[in-house]
Design a protein. Structure first.
Length: 68
């Protein structure tokens, strides 16, 4: 396996469905303009509450990708 150098991006995804959807949306959007995404790490989870119910989730994550 060759040695790799990684660069990190910090992203925040949001979703009205759940945490996993918020993460997936953030990664899918980053994938539109960033090549070689290899991994992610969730750094923070929070949400927005309306009338005592969860209105949407916000998840911050670090995404690592290899440099060409």
């Amino acid at each position: 396996m060759p040695d790799h150098v990684y660069k990190l991006l910090e992203l925040t995804g949001s979703s009205t469905l759940n945490i996993e959807d918020a993460v997936s949306r953030a990664i899918a959007k980053a994938h539109e303009s960033v090549r070689n995404i290899q991994w992610f790490s969730v750094t923070e989870t929070r949400g927005h509450v309306v009338d005592g119910k969860i209105a949407h989730w916000q998840v911050s994550l670090k995404v690592g990708f290899t440099l060409d």
